[in-house]
Design a protein around this ligand. Structure first.
Ligand code: SF4
Length: 458
């Protein structure tokens, strides 16, 4: 009964967040930087920030997350962190020798006003960056946006700093998958290749955060977008940005500065969003959808049709990051489920508008909030209970207190495994997501059914 004191009466709160439903920008920046092969993320701030962000990633993925820190102390906090960053770059290249160092700011260095571009330039002039090695930076002030914003800022900084344009189109397609699981990135790449598209997936944390156990430790895992591919994004034929918040800023930058036309799509979670992704790939490739992809789609459709009776009318509370949640809500509505409470910690009016549009035909009042917190979600659930909660591990407290089944989905998942290895994106991923939802609902039914309706065959 950890949250037993949550009251049902909601009062107006503007300045106070209780149990936030988001993390800070540098966490997302660190994750995006780790999606570039041979890249060491560098946190320009105090050690505590870097330790928190590394541990958040390591706890979610159950893999080490390497990163370095400018290790600010009192002096740097007052006079600025330039000497710390110059020393750090010296040490990083002497000890770890990464191909790329991706620097991001923190609250502290942003408040001081450190200029990453100027410091990096000085490091170059002072000979602290070896020949052939790359350092770039992203501004990630933690007091605006969320970890999603940091992911987007780092992805945009990567293409803005590293992409090159020769004036010739390569025929390749940039796919900016946003912050999804490594297995989702593999699924997205699988669909692109089935459609005959040669993708540059950026960033790409597959084979970074879902590596096999080999008995050997590699500071820089085999995965991540190769540096040459990051450079080649400027010559691509098209960009597909999956997610308005995570991916669109980088794709729009490539469109405006490198003349790579971009399409901004929803993340391919669920049938309809995956259909739009596949259709866009089909038009770019100029080829029909292959039978292999039609088969995957047909299997998902079959599963939905077979199990619809257990999904119909079920009321769901959803909490997570906006790009993911928008696709999920569309999927739930398409299953005839009712997402009645929908909350994201990332601020932004567009989210509320989109969710209202997606749920316009649900015959029930929908609670929606962008920039909300877990406390509010719990209050909503107390006032109007649901059959299912879908969200990250932090939802487990309210799920337990209210005795509601929970499907863990999103970031972070601290108390389960599988999200790294099994996708929920694409058609095959949609089947897994559906399986998780059905398992939660049917396990609850088996637990609660009286003996006379306790069935072996459903
Ligand atoms: S909110 Fe600021 S101080 Fe706190 S971990 Fe994030 S960057 Fe560091």
């Amino acid at each position: 009964m950890l949250l037993r004191h949550t009251p049902t009466t909601q009062s107006q709160r503007k300045a106070l967040h209780v149990n936030p439903a988001k993390a800070c920008q540098p966490l997302g920046a660190m994750c995006a930087a780790l999606g570039i092969h041979g890249c060491l993320p560098h946190s320009h701030g105090s050690q505590g920030c870097c330790a928190y962000h590394r541990s958040a990633l390591a706890r979610h993925y159950k893999e080490p997350a390497s990163a370095s820190s400018s290790s600010f102390t009192e002096g740097a906090s007052v006079f600025g962190g330039q000497p710390n960053l110059l020393q750090a770059l010296d040490t990083i290249f002497s000890v770890y020798d990464p191909q790329v160092v991706a620097v991001h700011t923190t609250c502290l260095s942003e408040t001081i006003g450190d200029d990453l571009g100027q410091i990096t330039e000085k490091a170059r002039k002072d000979g602290k960056i070896p020949e052939g090695r790359v350092v770039f930076g992203a501004s990630t002030p933690s007091y605006s946006g969320s970890h999603m914003t940091g992911f987007a800022n780092m992805t945009k900084a990567a293409v803005a700093s590293l992409s090159e344009s020769t004036g010739r189109r390569s025929g390749r397609v940039n796919i900016l998958p946003g912050w999804v699981e490594p297995a989702d990135m593999e699924e997205i790449r699988h669909l692109a290749r089935e459609l005959g598209v040669d993708p540059i997936v950026l960033p790409d944390i597959s084979d970074v955060f879902n590596t096999p156990l080999t008995g050997e430790y590699n500071m820089f895992p085999s995965g991540g977008t190769p540096l040459d591919d990051v450079r080649a994004t400027g010559d691509a034929t098209a960009s597909l940005a999956l997610g308005e918040r995570c991916s669109a800023p980088a794709a729009r930058w490539l469109d405006a500065q490198r003349s790579v036309p971009c399409s901004v799509l929803d993340m391919p979670f669920g049938l309809k969003a995956t259909d739009r992704f596949v259709d866009t790939l089909r038009r770019i490739a100029g080829k029909p959808v292959p039978a292999s992809v039609e088969r995957e789609r047909g299997q998902l459709l079959d599963m939905i049709a077979d199990m619809h009776q257990w999904l119909y009318g079920k009321r769901v509370a959803v909490c997570g990051d906006p790009d993911q949640v928008e696709s999920l809500v569309e999927f739930l509505v398409s299953l005839d489920m009712r997402p009645v409470h929908v909350l994201t910690g990332t601020p932004g009016k567009a989210f509320t508008k989109r969710i209202r549009s997606l749920t316009s035909e649900v015959e029930e009042e929908i609670n929606v909030k962008a920039g909300g917190d877990m406390f509010l979600l719990h209050q909503w659930i107390k006032n109007r209970p649901v059959d299912l909660i879908i969200g990250n591990s932090y939802c487990k407290h309210m799920a337990r207190d209210e005795d509601i089944p929970l499907v863990r989905w999103g970031f972070p998942i601290l108390d389960r495994v599988g999200h790294q290895y099994f996708p929920t994106a694409g058609y095959r991923g949609g089947m897994r997501l559906l399986e998780k939802i059905l398992d939660a609902l049917l396990d609850r039914k088996d637990r609660d059914d009286p003996e006379e309706s306790f069935e072996l065959v459903l």
